[in-house]
Ligand binder design. Sequence first.
Ligand code: ADP
Ligand code: MG
Ligand code: MG
Ligand code: MG
Ligand code: MG
Length: 460
Amino acid sequence: ILADDTAFSRHQAANLRPETVQALGDRIRESGVKYIYYMLPTLGSRTVAKVVPAELYERMLKKGIAFHRTALTDLQTSREGELIGGGVDAHEFWGLPEPETFQVLPWDTEVGRIFCTAYDPPHLGEGGGRLVALDTRALFKAAHRGFTERTGLELRSGLEPEMTWIGPGIEPISKQDQSPAYQVENLEKMRPVYKKVISYGQALDFTMIQGDYEDDGQIELNWDYDRADLTAERMTTYRQICKQVARELGLEASFMAKPYNGKMGNGCHHNLSLWRVSEDGPAENVIEDGRVELHATQTARHAIGGLLLHTPGSMLVMASTVNSYKRYWDAGQFAPSGADWGLDTRGVAIRISANGRMEYRLPDASVNPYLSHLYLLAAIEYGLEAQIDPGDPGQLSEAAQGGAVPNTLGMAIESFEADEYLMGAMPEELTRIFLQLKRDEWARYCGIITQWEFDQYWEA
Ligand code: ADP
Ligand code: MG
Ligand code: MG
Ligand code: MG
Ligand code: MG
């Protein structure tokens, strides 16, 4: 994917087709948008953007935005004081807008947004004009297209991001030894929150389906599943919606994996299914066969086999922070910590709770959704191709065993490095920089003295 140095010029030519320019201009004029965010998601699940007056849209279609390369690694500095992903003299990337992603912000209709794709500048000569390996969004789209070409299948997914809200007026009502989960009075306290999130979601093209209260300040609001690249994009948008709602209501909203001891962490189950797409008929879910009894079809079993085999290796992506692993250590909080599967049980990594979908439960809400889908797709394709049988629930087959599931970020780095297939599944530059970021994060954490250590060791 990354060898194509005509990528930039082809994208630019498509942007400059008269009908494309006209269509974007019409949408800007009709909506009354005066400013536009040109934006890209970063490796660390944030979004970087520049704001440009809307009237310059034609210039932007041609030239896009330029950032220092390390914008895609959130300009993170290593322990040694170096920018990760390129030093100060690393060249810029150019982000070309994708006009079809234009949307109006429902909370301020004078502002619009457009996603961009990152390229190395064409003027670089060797390597110029190519897709940037750190643009996980573009990478996943390309990987998914490749998967569809090879298999005739499309990955569809539905995410369940949980998140924690704090602030005046939403303190939970709970009784000792009982969970505040699902209590309507707690949901009532969150009424200002869910009303705004749902209506902004609907305005931004989400089909919002349901929501609940799960632990102190924790809610989950769901939207319908869709093609995996669209779902990943909505996760980025969902974060922006929630941050906006928090600003409006004077609250704080966090997707941190495990904010409190003894309370549930913020998971982000990935519900997955595979669809055969054809031009002359409706798409067909190939892991659904009409049988009513809860079960996994043969194709689903192969996908599960691949997912489980590569679970230890992909934990670094699914649970990508130091804090992610705290979720698995807190017993009794519904977070799985092994590579296993089952029908209707919440203690496993992959749950079949309804025929036709596989619920991958290990990721947490701080995940980079493009990267998680990239690796899940790679694991699924491996399973389908090698026809890996996962064994029965509770009795994992030899073929699906990929080793111990890491339970710290440090171990996850080792497990990732030990998985040759996953290490090779992404461009070398992405793998290398992602590992560098994670090693640095782990080293900084290991070097910090915590309150727990004082409590434990001060009185010798
Ligand atoms: P849970 O029972 O785990 O709490 P939710 O109802 O909260 O599940 O979320 C289920 C998610 O799975 C929703 O986003 C839904 O759209 C999605 N989903 C349903 N069917 C499929 C499918 N066939 N493929 C992928 N995702 C699906
Ligand atoms: Mg749910
Ligand atoms: Mg939940
Ligand atoms: Mg939960
Ligand atoms: Mg779930």
